[in-house]
Write a protein that binds this ligand. Structure first.
Ligand SMILES: Nc1ncnc2c1ncn2[C@@H]1O[C@H](COP(=O)(O)OP(=O)(O)OP(=O)(O)O)[C@@H](O)[C@H]1O
Ligand SMILES: [Mg+2]
Length: 232
């Protein structure tokens, strides 16, 4: 049990519009993610994929059910503790990179390390950032701002930023959604490599079946339920 990273137990989520109409998005979903797991979540638009990912990442709270991170029920944490756990353990990648336009590449990548106070940790982060940027072929672009980078480069930068604090889990919502086919393939390769070589668990939401197939398991979300989907 000690290699469990996130566990969902009968997680439901519904939204109410002015307290009138209730819309059930997730219906008693149970799922566990262990160290090094990789899974893709597919499903129609509006089926709740982003909602599920946000709950996995504690960015959103379920309406009912239990969410455990490394064996601990998240209800026992304060909002500050949760933010710290999230920052240390989870790396997020979105469809649009969310890089800050006024910061350079290297500054953007180091944003998640700002809360770190330890000087040695800061130094290690800088070295780690340089190594990671080197590995994605962007070491010569560290002083460029996002406006001076291509879409594919921005997404690779977002991957590096997600990895900077050595998370146990990467959550990616349509990471290749804004990319052309070549850049999408390159990013898919990078994500697979990270998952295998660094044993980082990965959950990615995607409409791309090519990307989904790179993961060890594919789950389909529909009508609030999730089921294993085999296309391999
Ligand atoms: N804050 C909110 N308030 C009310 N309804 C919401 C809210 N957030 C999401 N929803 C609804 O929940 C449903 C699921 O949304 P979600 O964004 O999770 O879908 P998705 O599967 O990620 O879709 P897509 O593939 O288009 O990104 C949608 O019907 C959406 O309108
Ligand atoms: Mg979505």
């Amino acid at each position: 049990m000690n290699n469990m990273i996130v566990e969902l137990e009968k997680i439901s989520k519904y939204y109410e519009n002015n307290g009138l109409v209730r819309r059930d998005v997730l219906n008693e979903i149970s799922l566990s993610i262990k160290a090094g797991d990789s899974l893709a979540i597919v499903g129609p638009s509006g089926s709740g994929k982003s909602t599920l990912l946000n709950i996995l990442g504690t960015l959103d709270l379920p309406s009912s059910g239990i969410l455990k991170i490394k064996g601990k029920d998240i209800q026992q944490f304060t909002e500050n503790q949760l933010a710290e756990i999230r920052n240390k353990n989870i790396g997020f990648i979105f469809q649009l990179h969310h890089l800050l336009p006024q910061l350079t590449l290297i500054e953007n990548v180091l944003v998640p390390t700002i809360p770190l106070t330890d000087k040695n940790l800061k130094k290690t982060s800088m070295e780690r950032a340089m190594n990671l940027l080197e590995s994605v072929g962007m070491a010569d672009k560290i002083n460029q701002r996002p406006g001076q980078l291509s879409g594919g480069e921005c997404q690779r930068a977002a991957v590096v930023r997600a990895l900077i604090n050595e998370p146990d889990l990467i959550l990616a919502d349509e990471p290749t959604g804004s990319l052309d086919q070549d850049s999408a393939e390159q990013l898919g390769e990078l994500l697979t490599k990270i998952n295998k070589e660094q044993n980082v668990a990965m959950v990615l939401v995607t409409h791309s079946i090519e990307l989904a197939k790179r993961m060890d398991a594919i789950y389909k979300l529909d009508h609030g339920k999730i089921e294993r989907f085999d296309i391999k």
